[in-house]
Design a protein around this ligand. Sequence first.
Ligand SMILES: Nc1ncnc2c1ncn2[C@@H]1O[C@H](COP(=O)(O)OP(=O)(O)OP(=O)(O)O)[C@@H](O)[C@H]1O
Ligand SMILES: [Mg+2]
Length: 299
Amino acid sequence: MSKLKKALTKAKQERSQEEVTSLGNALKKIRRQEPDAPPPGPAVARPVGRKDRCRREVNVEYRVTRVRPVDPNVLRKNKLFTLFKDNKITDHFDLIKARVLKKLDKAGGNCLIVTSANPGEGKTFTSINLGISIAREHNRTALVIDCDLRNPWRRHYDFASDFFELPVECGLVHYLEKKARAEEIFINPGIAKLTIIPAGKVAPNSAELLGSPRMEALIEDLKVRYGNERIIILDCPAVLACADPLILSQFADGILFVVESERTAQEELKKAMSLFAEEGKIIGAILNKTRTDEDRIPD
Ligand SMILES: Nc1ncnc2c1ncn2[C@@H]1O[C@H](COP(=O)(O)OP(=O)(O)OP(=O)(O)O)[C@@H](O)[C@H]1O
Ligand SMILES: [Mg+2]
């Protein structure tokens, strides 16, 4: 038998062996095979499981990502409701998730941009709640990146501190300025299969950083490393406030607009959406902060 044939037969035998091995053994085997820090690039969460892509269960073991468990009461206080099953908002986000995943799968991609016309309409609220909802899917993980580097509204800082109340030592800006390594900027806030990358600090030259080859390489690597198993959500600033979402749209497989009920003017929304018209990546808009009984925020 030729060397090539032998290698193929061996690989085949190993694969079938792997399929019948108990999960524990399979995990050990895969862990052994994976280097601690696969160069190049920033993959930090290690999905393990069987090879069949469509419905396989994803388990993640964080070995490089910093795990910073956040008190669930803090998450609830900061309106990260989708972690809890006792409210209508979780149901709404689960529905949005289903539609978003369907559209991303149809587009053959895994990178979603969340933006809106104006500041404060609920982009970060949407990005993180959607990320948590996606992470609850048995075959997906979610990575939410704070791409609001300019903080145009000046009423908040970094989503890691605002929504998770985590101290932010470094983030995307540090990485893009070559002041941090990729593995230093990922945080798991104690929610299974959810990873976040904080902005880290304000960057007045945000357009330059977000359009840099380093950003492109980072996103491209994140996109391909686990395929559509990992959904990447880029939490962007408002598009009428700065051009950064337009720069980021090159990475998007889908763009989701947040519209604030009784606040976002129709003309503003039209103008904001028209800025992305050429790319044809807008997958929908969600109406946020409605005040019907059903949507009322739980205590
Ligand atoms: N559906 C909602 N119900 C209640 N509060 C909400 C809702 N959506 C957003 N908020 C709150 O409104 C405020 C602004 O939301 P958020 O930070 O998500 O907006 P944003 O669009 O990301 O703002 P920015 O443009 O400044 O980044 C936050 O305090 C958030 O908790
Ligand atoms: Mg925001």
